[in-house]
Design a protein around this ligand. Structure first.
Ligand code: NAP
Length: 259
């Protein structure tokens, strides 16, 4: 078995939740590919932070919505680090303009589904094929794929129908991959974050400040990107060896129904 560092690709890790996941994995001994879509400056900053702390990272500019982007992401990772143990499908966009579903456009549908569901599916397919080869060649002991969905996969927001439906699709995608890849030595998980402080939620900060203060979540605070990163670390450290297809909520208890 290779003695090189385990390797993780974290999509959309130039900012927000992905950045926290990538830096936590790097601090835990993973070599990490930092993926960005347009903010190269932000990705370079993450690489510099990881290297300054003694870790290994590269930045790869690639859209997960594009076949060429997905290919570049995996090829550049393997060229730099020689193996791939963990894929975190984190990159995502909210519904542009947050239009009511009666005004939703096909253009936005394609954008959101391309980034939030089609991209993760086909990237997982390519990563799984590569991991299967590496497991067979004893280059890696096993593989893991983690999908970042959202409470929007089950809580309706009529002004983000495309986002909600794409995120709902990630749960079935997790189940499908988990069942198909178990015999190949690859576990698949879904992390379902609640309301997390990031650039994505900055425009709706006041709305959520109020809802949280009113008790929207039993744990009455904003989630932080580091809360999500800790759940990823537990999986990456192999603390769930007999689980797959599992959804882990990181949401302050938002998913609980109460009477
Ligand atoms: P964010 O702060 O807006 O960051 C998004 C990241 O995704 C950035 O690194 C961005 O790269 C990257 N990205 C966007 N489109 C991409 C593409 N086509 N290809 C590759 N990378 C792309 O978002 P966030 O809040 O951290 O969200 C991260 C994930 O968590 C998303 O899937 C989101 O749906 C999910 N989530 C978030 C929350 C929340 O409350 N924040 C809750 C539940 C789920 P650039 O820097 O280059 O733009």
């Amino acid at each position: 078995m290779s003695k090189s560092l385990p390797v993780a690709v974290v999509t959309g890790s130039s900012r927000g939740i992905g950045r926290a996941i990538a830096t936590a994995l790097a601090a835990d001994g993973f070599a990490v590919t930092i993926n960005y879509n347009s903010r190269r400056d932000a990705a370079d900053e993450v690489v510099a932070e990881i290297e300054a702390a003694g870790g290994r990272a590269i930045a790869v500019g690639a859209s997960v919505a594009e076949p060429a982007g997905r290919t570049a992401l995996l090829e550049q990772t393997l060229a730099a680090f020689g193996r791939l143990d963990l894929l975190v499908n984190n990159a995502g966009i909210t519904s542009p303009g947050r239009k009511d579903l009666l005004e939703a456009t096909e253009e936005n549908w394609d954008l959101v589904f391309g980034t939030n569901l089609k991209g993760p599916f086909f990237l997982s397919q390519s990563a799984a094929l590569s991991m299967i080869d590496q497991i067979g060649a004893k280059q890696i002991p096993s593989g893991k794929i983690i999908n970042i969905s959202s409470l929007s996969s089950y809580a309706v927001s009529a002004n983000r129908a495309d986002y909600c439906m794409a995120k709902a699709g990630l749960q079935m995608m997790t189940w499908l991959l988990a069942e198909r890849l178990a015999d190949d030595g690859i576990q698949v998980f879904e992390i379902c974050p609640g309301v997390i402080a990031s650039d994505m939620t900055a425009p709706v900060k006041e709305k959520y400040d109020q809802l949280i203060a009113e008790g929207m979540t039993p744990i009455r605070r904003w989630g932080q990107p580091e809360d999500v990163a800790k759940a990823i670390l537990a999986i990456a450290r192999d603390l769930f060896p007999f689980s797959t297809g599992e959804r882990i909520n990181v949401d302050g208890g938002f998913h609980l129904r109460k009477l």
